[in-house]
Each structure stands twice: as C-alpha cells, then as structure tokens.
Design a protein around this ligand. Structure first.
Ligand code: ADP
Length: 605
C-alpha cells in the first residue's frame, strides 16, 4: 500500500512537468541526439584507423587514403561540433525548465503552508519547515530531471553501442558485456545505503535549523542569559555529528567506488587482451579494437546511470515524500466544498454551547454560551489561561469547536469560506509583530490599494499620526525585523491603524496593558472607544476603564463563563466580578485587573 502510495506520488511529481511537455520532448530529443552522436563516434574512428593501417603503397592508393582520412576527420569535427552544440542547448533548456518547475513546486508548497491552520504551525517549527522546503525542492527537482532525462538517453546509447559492437565482433562484444553490468550491480548496493543516509541527513538538518531559528528568534533571551556560547556549541556539535555521518558515508562510497573502478579496469583489460589476441590472429583490425576500447569505456557510464536510476528513485521517494507530506497535509480546519462567501455582515455573534479542547480530552472551553448584538462592545475578563484568546480564535475559525457552534449573523462560521469570514474581522494582538518594512507598508498591507490619504486617516484614528509625522522619514520609516525599531506603544498603534484601514465589522483587541506608556495607553483607549460606537468590538480587557464601558462583560474562569452582563449588573450581583472590582479599588495598580486579583478574591482549585 505504502509502495503504491510512493509510486503514485512519483507519478504526481512527474505531473509538475506536464504543463511543459513540449519543452520536455524537445530536451529529450536533443539529449537523444547527443547520445546517438556519441555512439557513432567510435565507429568513425574505427574507419579512420582501419584506413590508415590497411596495407597499400602505390601513389594512387596514398592519394585515395588521404582523401578518406580528410573525410573522416571532417566527419569527426562535425560530430564534435554537433555534440557540443546540441549538448549545450539541451543543458540550457533543461536548467530553464528546472527553474520553472521549481517555481511551480514552491508555489504549491508555500501556498499550502500559508493555508494550513494554526494547529499545523503550532506543531511544526519554522526551521523544520524551511529545511524541508529548501532541501526538499532542490532534491525533488533534480531527481525529477534525472528520471526524465537520464533514463531514455542511457537506454538509447546502450542499444546503439551494443548493436555496433555486435556488428563489429560478437566475441569481443560478449567479453565487454560480461563486465559492463558488474559496476552497476555494485552501484545498486551502494545506492541503498546512500538513500538511507540521505533520509537521516534531512531529518538531522531539520533539527539543527529548528533550534538555530529558535535561538535567533529569542535573541534577547539568549543574550541576557548569556546563552550565546552554549547555543553556538550546541549548533556546532550537531553539525559535527552530521558531518560524521557524511564522513562515514564518504568512506563507504569510496569503498564501493574502488570496487566499481576495479571492475571497469578489469573489463577494459579483458577487452584489450582478447582484442590483441584476435589482432595477432588477424581476426579483427586495429580499428575494431580501438573502437571496442572506446565503447567498453563508455558502456559503463550509461550502465551506472541506469543503476543510478535505482538510487535516484529511492532518493526521489525521500524528497517526493518531503514535499508531498507538506502538500498533502490534512488540515484540521478547511473550507467545506459548499462553503460560501458572506459579502457583508452586521456583526452579531453567538457562541452556542461551545466546548473545545486543543488536545485529547483536556477541555479549554466548556459549554460556552453568549450572544453579542451588532455594534456592541464585549470585554473578556479572566485570569491567564482561562480561555479568552481561545474564544476569539474560535470566532476567527483558527480552530473548530468539538461541540457546539459559533455563529456570525446566525450562520455557523463553518459554512463560510475562511477568507470571507476573516475579511470581516480585524485583529490587534497584544504581542504585535510588524513586517520588516516601512510604516506605510505595514499599515497598507491590510488593503494594498489604499491611497496615502486613507492610510493617514487610519493612522489618525489609531492615534499614530503624531509619532509617525515626528519621525524624520515619516511614513517611509523602516520598522526593523518584527518592528524592533519602534516602541511597544508605537507598534500597537500601527497594528490598530492597520486593522482600521481594513475596515471590518468586527474588531478584536488583545488589550496590551504592560508594555504601553501612559500616552500610548490613552490613545489606544480612545481608538477602541471610538470604534466601539459603530462596530462589534471584542476586548481581552485588563483595564477597568475599558471593562466599565462594555455592553457585555464575560467573566471567565477555568474555561467557563462564570458571570456575564454589564458592569452595573455584575457589581449588583455581588459575585466574582463584584469582588474583583472591590479588590481592584483598594489595590495599588489602580486601573488594571491582574491574574493575581482573581486568586485573591476566589482562589482556584
Ligand atoms: P487566556 O487567553 O485566557 O490567557 P488561552 O485561551 O490562551 O487563555 O488558553 C487557555 C488554555 O489553553 C491554557 O491552559 C493554555 O495553556 C491552553 N492552550 C492555549 N493554546 C494552546 C495550544 N495551541 N495548544 C495546547 N494548549 C493551548
């Protein structure tokens, strides 16, 4: 079954060449032509040598000999020109084709990687994805070409050579053919080992680059905990271990190569000895022996090429699997075949008895029910880990609940195309990361067709215009990787401007509390309040001033909504929220509800 799967994947891989079939045929034709020219050359050499070595001493004979020598040399020159021209052209065309197919394979793989749900990305490291993509694509396209462009030319060359050899002398042909397959058989044996090694190397490089990528991502932590040397050592040790594998492979290859060379030398020597014997007994000409020696030498190449096909196919399995494992990844969240667009929405949200677990039977949300009217503001309040982010992630359909439904304007979000659903939602995350680009492009990525005026308006609404205009390069300021050249508050406001420019009906704010200065905090607050007048706004809220304004407060604890309602209602109810507000009123951190406050008013189990 696995083998059938492997074979069908190789056929699918060949399918990447199908749009360029005319090119493939042209390249194949040119390669076959080169093979044919190569196999004819020794025959012409034989004619030349035979002409030179057959007796005759008259002047007429000498003149006719000069004529045929000139003719054969001219023929050899023509053959060499043809071989080089056709070979060069087919080489150029096959590289061009390789780049095109690489582009197509990359397109499929990268498209798939971006389309895969968060579950995939949370389980895979970026380093491993990059290594699989990089090594997979390079190996994948080279085996694709090896399979397509080696098999047929090698077969043609072998067929022509064998025919020519038997035409010249069957006895010598059998001697040459006896030795020809031996190096190929050794090649098959060594290829099994090297394909296995290839697989191990791929997985080792994946691990090495995953860790390296992680280290670079956490560069501040690495530096502050003085982990640089440790990480470098770890990296180099892993590379050294991998090199050890390569070194032992080189040794094994050298052993097999030695055996292969010995067999080839033995073949050439056997043909030379037997051929010499036949010449002494006047059974063949010197030209025949010279041609035979050339054919015997060049017989091994295609034979090894064909035996190498076995290795190539085994390697192909490794690379083809690497790429198709990505392309064929079954996604936990995907558009249904009948999924539809929703061009406009009002922004009414309902969670209808939603239960969700990331893994197994450890529920993160339990029987969650709430309704949000269009244009209202919802504050999600609860200690860290209580499920606030999970709620907004389910609304975005980054995951699907195991039980219950998430409804947008009364429609189950699983009935909508993910792109259509997300086009109505603007997210501003607490841990805002920007692209390594200008401020303008970071805002405009929400709507690449936006005019400068619209971008400036969005920045103004987000309270970002003043700090942008103060920068010497204004909107053209580069923000650095993940926005490191800006402060947390500036990053946050650019992220808000981006969401405002997108102009969705629903906004989600993971309200940052810790990393904003007072001015930024005030501006972010104003922006949220302004948006809440016309849009449905979800705020993962820590500030009482924000929570107070909400039309609906959801108080979460341990994946359950323990209370919901408006500020006054909840205070009047005298429950958990009331206690929180009471603690908060006397605590030193005047406006911020923190996880510790929950523990103070109602310790968790
Ligand atoms: P909050 O936003 O209230 O801090 P979350 O919704 O982020 O809480 O997380 C709720 C629970 O789910 C936590 O226990 C957290 O550890 C767990 N969790 C969050 N994301 C994942 C994930 N991708 N895989 C497994 N568990 C997760």
């Amino acid at each position: 079954m696995q083998q059938i799967n492997g074979r069908s994947r190789i056929l699918r891989a060949l399918g990447f060449l199908s749009p360029y079939w005319k090119n493939v045929i042209l390249i194949l034709f040119l390669t076959l032509l080169t093979s044919a020219v190569n196999s004819v050359e020794p025959m012409v050499q034989k004619l030349l040598i035979d002409a030179l070595t057959t007796g005759g001493s008259t002047v007429r004979y000498a003149q006719s000999l000069m004529g045929s020598v000139m003719l054969t040399i001219a023929l050899l020159v023509l053959l060499a020109i043809a071989r080089e021209t056709v070979g060069g052209l087919s080489n150029y065309l096959s590289w061009r084709l390789r780049l095109r197919t690489n582009h197509k394979i990359l397109d499929s793989a990268v498209g798939k990687i971006y389309s895969l749900s968060l579950s995939f990305h949370q389980n895979e490291t970026i380093g491993s994805i990059m290594t699989r993509l990089d090594r997979g694509i390079t190996g994948f396209s080279s085996v694709l070409f090896d399979i397509t462009l080696t098999l047929l030319p090698s077969l043609l060359y072998l067929a022509c050579t064998i025919v020519f050899m038997f035409m010249m002398d069957a006895r010598l042909a059998w001697v040459a053919l006896f030795f020809a397959p031996l190096p190929a058989l050794i090649g098959i044996r060594s290829s099994k080992i090297s394909a296995e090694r290839e697989k191990q190397l791929l997985s080792r490089w994946m691990c090495i680059y995953s860790r390296f990528h992680e280290g670079l991502n956490l560069i501040k932590t690495v530096k502050s905990f003085l982990l640089e040397n440790g990480e470098q050592k770890r990296f180099l040790n892993a590379v050294e271990d991998t090199n050890e594998l390569v070194r032992s492979g080189v040794k094994i290859d050298a052993k097999y190569n030695f055996l292969k060379d010995i067999c080839m030398d033995a073949g050439r020597l056997a043909v030379l000895s037997y051929g010499a014997y036949l010449i002494v007994h006047h059974e063949i000409t010197i030209g025949t022996l010279v041609a035979f020696l050339a054919y015997t030498g060049s017989l091994f190449g295609p034979m090894l090429g064909l035996a190498g096909m076995y290795e190539t196919l085994r390697k192909a399995r490794v690379y083809v699997d690497t790429i198709f494992d990505i392309i064929d990844t079954a996604d936990s969240v995907s558009d249904r075949t009948d999924a539809r667009e929703m061009p406009t929405v009002r922004g009414a949200i309902e969670f209808d008895h939603v239960a969700f677990a990331y893994r197994g039977d450890r529920p993160v949300l339990k029987d969650t029910c709430f309704q949000v009217q269009p244009g209202s503001m919802v504050a999600l309040v609860g200690p860290s880990g209580s499920g606030k982010t999970t709620i907004v992630d389910l609304l975005n359909r980054f995951y699907d609940p195991q039980i219950g439904r998430v409804l947008l304007d009364g429609v189950d979000v699983r009935e909508l195309k993910q792109k259509s659903l997300r086009s109505h939602i603007g997210m501003v995350l607490q841990d805002t990361a920007l692209f390594n680009d200008t401020i303008k492009n970071n805002i405009a990525c929400a709507r690449p067709d936006a005019s400068d005026d619209e971008i400036a308006r969005a920045a103004r609404a987000a309270g970002a215009d003043r700090f942008i205009e103060k920068k010497p390069e204004g909107y053209a300021t580069q923000v650095g990787e993940r926005g490191v050249l800006l402060s947390g508050g500036e990053r946050q406001r650019i992220a808000i401007a981006r969401a405002i420019l997108k102009d969705p009906q629903i906004f989600i704010f993971d309200e940052a509390s810790s990393n904003l200065d007072a001015e930024s905090e005030e501006l972010v607050q104003q922006a949220i309040t302004e948006l809440a007048k016309t849009k449905t706004v979800f705020v993962i809220a820590h500030r009482l001033s924000t929570i107070r304004k909400a039309d609906l407060i959801l108080v979460l604890r341990g994946g359950e909504i323990v209370e919901q309602g408006r500020h006054d209602e909840l205070v009047e109810k005298g429950g958990l929220y009331h206690k929180l507000v009471a603690v908060q009123a006397i605590s030193l951190h005047s406006d911020t509800i923190q996880s510790s406050d929950f523990d103070a008013v109602a310790p968790s189990d």
